[in-house]
Design a protein around this ligand. Sequence first.
Ligand code: KIV
Length: 268
Amino acid sequence: MRAKDIREKAGEEPITMLTAYDAPTAELVDEAGVDAVLVGDSVGNTRLGYDSTLPVTVDEMASLTAAVARATDDALVVADMPFLSYGADEDEAVENCGRMLKEADADAIKLESGPHTVELTRRLTRLGVPVQAHLGLTPQRENETGLFRQGTDEESARRILDLAREHEAAGAFSLVLEHVPANLAASVTEALDIPTIGIGAGPDCDGQVLVVDEVIGLSERTAPFSQKFGDVRGEMREAIGDYAEAVESGEFPADEHSHHEDEVDDVY
Ligand code: KIV
């Protein structure tokens, strides 16, 4: 799948996107026929033990993206650009984004967008780096906005719509809309030719994205707009507990887990 295939799905069948941060998860997501795998900087909270996404580095994202890309045959692999890897110096931003395609084999990058990413989106697109924009709740701005719903009054809703149009004009191939009112997401979707992919943005977007840890039930908490479709945390807890008990009781390892060699019988 290429960025242009995702762009062409706007208004057609629903686009599916899910995060993955490692090869085995990416393999399962790809096998399920999900259209796009997002190596999200949400890995900071979900897997790296941070309280926010802010500490995640470009090196970490490159390494995780490479693992996901190695395990993915069909889905589009999108690398999320971490906090301050873009937005300050434009040449440095282009280099950081380019690394995701050159070194990590991503197919596209995602930028948490704002007025500061319009020109960068244009430049990257012209250079051949497909850009997915992201508006609404953008967790990298949590110190400024908090992790709250966005676009809830007329002025901020209009700002989101204007920025969506500007990023489309700058060449973005799709737009993630996070935690905005469903009716605003429907208006943005109607206004754009590129697809919108919602997370907490109602049913009228062209597609949906969620954090895989919440979908499989690995994380302790689930966002109110998300849904737990499994209980991997419960399964892991049970398996790990059973293992510890089996070792403590001497049940593991059993004969079938061991091997013996006659030649080494007399070695002391
Ligand atoms: O980092 C992430 O996982 C994301 C999605 C929630 C859209 O940006």
